[in-house]
Ligand binder design. Structure first.
Ligand code: FES
Length: 108
């Protein structure tokens, strides 16, 4: 299976074009960490820290938010309508061309 491309704008406004494997069971938070972008992922992907919050800039159809993600975003800072937790978004072929921006650093 081939890789997909995901564009990530970091907190300095720099855009990183990442190649993401769709066959490794990775999520967006893990992808950012693999490329050493400044995403903490403190809770290890349990939707409990919001350090992986990002804003979705493109029109991709993403998996629906589960309760844990919604609850976490209720408590997080800098939340916008297009906020998602990167760790709750698995990398699949449907995400090819996805564009996201890292939310400002914040932890609850
Ligand atoms: S890594 Fe903690 S909420 Fe995503």
């Amino acid at each position: 299976m081939s890789d997909i491309t995901i564009k990530i704008k970091d907190r300095e406004g720099e855009i990183h074009e990442l190649q993401a494997p769709t066959d490794m069971g990775m999520n967006l938070m893990e992808l950012c960490k693999a490329y050493e972008l400044p995403v903490e992922g403190t809770c290890g992907g349990m939707a409990m820290c919001a350090s992986c919050q990002c804003y979705v800039l493109s029109e991709h159809q993403l998996p629906e938010m589960q309760d844990a993600e919604e609850d976490m975003l209720d408590q997080a800072f800098y939340v916008e309508d297009n906020s998602r937790l990167g760790c709750q978004i698995p990398i699949t072929e449907d995400l090819d061309g996805l564009e996201i921006e890292l939310a400002p650093e914040s932890e609850v």
